[in-house]
Every structure is written in structure tokens, then in C-alpha cells.
Design a protein around this ligand. Sequence first.
Ligand code: DC
Length: 226
Amino acid sequence: MSTVAIPVLTVDGPSGAGKGTVSRLIASRLGWHLLDSGALYRAVGYAACMSGVDMSNVEVVTRIATMTRIVFHDPGAGGEIRVMVNGADVTDEIRTEACSATASAIAAMPSVREALLDKQHSFRSPPGLVADGRDMGTVIFPDAAYKVFLTASTKERGRRRYKQLKEKGVMVRLSDLTREIEARDARDASRKVAPLRPARDALQIDTTGRSVENVVEKIVALVCSG
Ligand code: DC
């Protein structure tokens, strides 16, 4: 089967717009595979930090992106996917705010993005793929049959992230978090390569004040309507 015949739903948008939760639930509902592309950038950032390299050295960081073994373990039933880096489970470690900032910085390096291309394409397998990220609909799967771009107000995105971290026992100030989210969005949207922006043919959904179920239903209806 040519991979082009395998349906893809791309879910792009800024941090905290609800992409992760929504993508996981939709993949589980449809029985499709899930690509959390942000976790790939986080994993590379984490591996680079752990090896103590100069994070501004593009050549070295690119080599790490090429050599690092990143494996996702899907527990099924919509459960949280475990992220393994060179055999170690780093699912929690890559979700810290420090790792978010590192991921955003290395994601601006064109050669790092290039190094992760084949890996991302390899997730496209039957019966279908839900791809979550920033450039899924614009760069990685431009031929995707279904594309959505989720947004939400900065205030709401900050609140959601705050709640997530609090549930994990991580204490942060909401105002600091909101500022960090704004800075990360600005960097992701202004970089030269694959900037955060909606594909021309993406359905834009503002998730502010909407329940997760409501957003999931809307997207599942889009896919099911063919
Ligand atoms: O989705 P996330 O917050 O886990 O992503 C972490 C960082 O990785 C984010 O700041 C931007 C970057 N990223 C990217 O540049 N392209 C993607 N397709 C996914 C994430």
C-alpha cells in the first residue's frame, strides 16, 4: 500500500491549545496511530542536555538528533504514551518547563528538523495517523486528508498548563508560565523554517471555553464526513 493512500489527520497549533489530549482521544476513537512530534523535539533536547553539549552548536545537536534512539510505547486505550530515549523512560523528564524551552530552541535549527523527517514519516501506517505538532499540515504531511489548527487564548492556555503541572506536583507561578508560553509561541511562530502557522486548508478551531469532548466530536465528525 502506498503511504499516500493512508489517511492522515494533522492537528497543529500553539502550546496549550489542547492538541495533545485531543489527538490522543481521536487516535483512540478511530483506532489510528499517533505521532506526538513535539515529544521528538523534547527527546532530542533532553538527550543533548544530558550529554552536556553546547546547545548552540548546531552540528553537535544535529548529530544527537540523528543518533538518539527515540521510541514511543503506546499503552493503548488512550493512555499516556511512554517516551524512551536510548532505552530510558523519560516521559516525565521531557515535560518540564526547562525541557520545553530547550525543545523550542533546537526545533528552530533546520538541520535538526531535517534529521527528524524520516522518523515522522515512518509513523504513517495503516489504518491511519493522527499527527500532532506545529508543522504537520504545512511541512510534514502537506497531502493530509484532514487538517485542523487549534488555538485558545493565551490566558486559557496558561491556565491549562498550570493545572497539568499542578496535578504532577510541579509548583510554578501562573504569571511566569503564561509569559514562558508567550515567549515560546513567539519563537515557534517567527523561526525561518517550518514556523507555527495554520495550513491554508486547515479547519481552525478556537478551543477557549470549549470542552475536550466538544472539540473531539467536531474533529471526528470532520474525518467521518470523508
Ligand atoms: O508540542 P510540544 O509543546 O511538546 O512541542 C515542544 C516544542 O517542539 C515546541 O516549542 C515547538 C517544537 N515543535 C516543533 O517545532 N515542531 C513540531 N512539529 C512539534 C513541536
